[in-house]
Design a protein around this ligand. Structure first.
Ligand SMILES: [Zn+2]
Length: 310
């Protein structure tokens, strides 16, 4: 394990499982006025029911408290529980208020071909992420994530197909519900990526790419010098149909990943993708990962099983 990682571990109050995550110290995580930051751990909890825990973590990476939320129906009850828990920790109870709005500043390649506006109500982060209002409503679609914690409303052009657009938004909501930490920055790349694709239904490859983008600010891609050497020597055999132009980007992305221990995928997209589209970038990344030329370490919780403890 790298020295630049902290371990966050806690026991879930509901299912008693020990849940653990490796936390890259280089991540840019917002700490609130109480000195705490919040991560979300969505997992198969008691009775195999998927539930989300909001974790309040201090600067020493200790989980100070956890609030488990299973379904939307139980939300009010759990909200009260959360307030009570905060009160017992002598943490000032926030006054009941509207979720604060966080503006999405789109990437310059986002040309609004199909998506005009988007609003993401994120009940896990207690935040509303939104692009500036356009006031040119053509067609509005709304979706909810499986557990009901993410609500997306998108304003689209009349050219989009409702079924495909709903498919995309459903998948985005689902992925966001499982992400440990969300920063508004990721929506910039997400919008440019989805805008060109929304007319067609999501395929399996794109679903993985969607996960890359939604996790890009908490994922670190790594590779080694040997792997880069291997690519330089055998790249043509590993990827036989690659245009010379593309092979340059493959190499550049690999070079960024060699011995990388702290630079997030988000930062690498920023460096490289000014020259290519976001979708080309994530597609290359996906191909490199499929051939085991890079490894993507993403911040996620897993259950510590008896086997691992031995
Ligand atoms: Zn649990």
């Amino acid at each position: 394990m790298s020295k630049n990682r902290a371990i966050i571990s806690y026991i879930c109050n509901r299912c008693q499982k020990t849940r653990m995550a490796m936390f890259p110290l280089s991540l840019d995580i917002k700490v609130d006025g109480r000195g705490l930051f919040e991560f979300v751990d969505t997992h198969k909890c008691k009775d195999d029911e998927v539930s989300a825990n909001i974790l309040f973590i201090d600067r020493e990476n200790v989980v100070r408290s956890q609030v488990s939320i299973s379904t939307e129906e139980k939300k009010d009850e759990k909200d009260a529980e959360k307030q009570a828990l905060i009160a017992t920790l002598a943490i000032p109870v926030p006054a009941k208020r509207e979720f604060p709005k966080q503006s999405i500043i789109p990437d310059k390649r986002f040309k609004k071909f199909n998506i005009k506006e988007i609003t993401v109500k994120d009940k896990l982060r207690q935040m509303i992420f939104s692009t500036d209002e356009e006031h040119s409503q053509v067609k509005e679609i709304s979706v909810k994530s499986p557990l009901g914690f993410i609500e997306i409303t998108a304003n689209l052009t009349s050219l989009t197909d409702d079924k495909s657009a709903t498919w995309w938004m459903d998948n985005i909501a689902k992925v966001l519900e499982e992400v440990v930490y969300v920063d508004e920055k990721v929506f910039a790349y997400l919008l440019s990526y989805v805008d060109n694709k929304i007319k067609r239904q999501v395929n399996e490859t794109e679903l993985i790419e969607l996960e890359y983008i939604c996790n890009s600010h908490i994922a670190i891609p790594t590779s080694s010098e040997e792997t880069l050497e291997k690519y330089i020597k055998e790249g043509n055999t590993i990827f036989p149909n690659l245009a010379i132009f593309d092979s340059i980007y493959y190499k550049q992305i690999l070079e960024e990943c060699v011995n990388n221990d702290s630079i997030t995928l988000f930062e690498i997209i920023g460096k490289i993708s000014s020259k290519i589209s976001i979708s080309s970038f994530v597609s290359i990344l996906h191909n490199l990962e499929k051939k085991s030329l890079i490894k993507l370490e993403k911040l996620q919780f897993f259950t510590v099983t008896d086997l691992m403890v031995e």
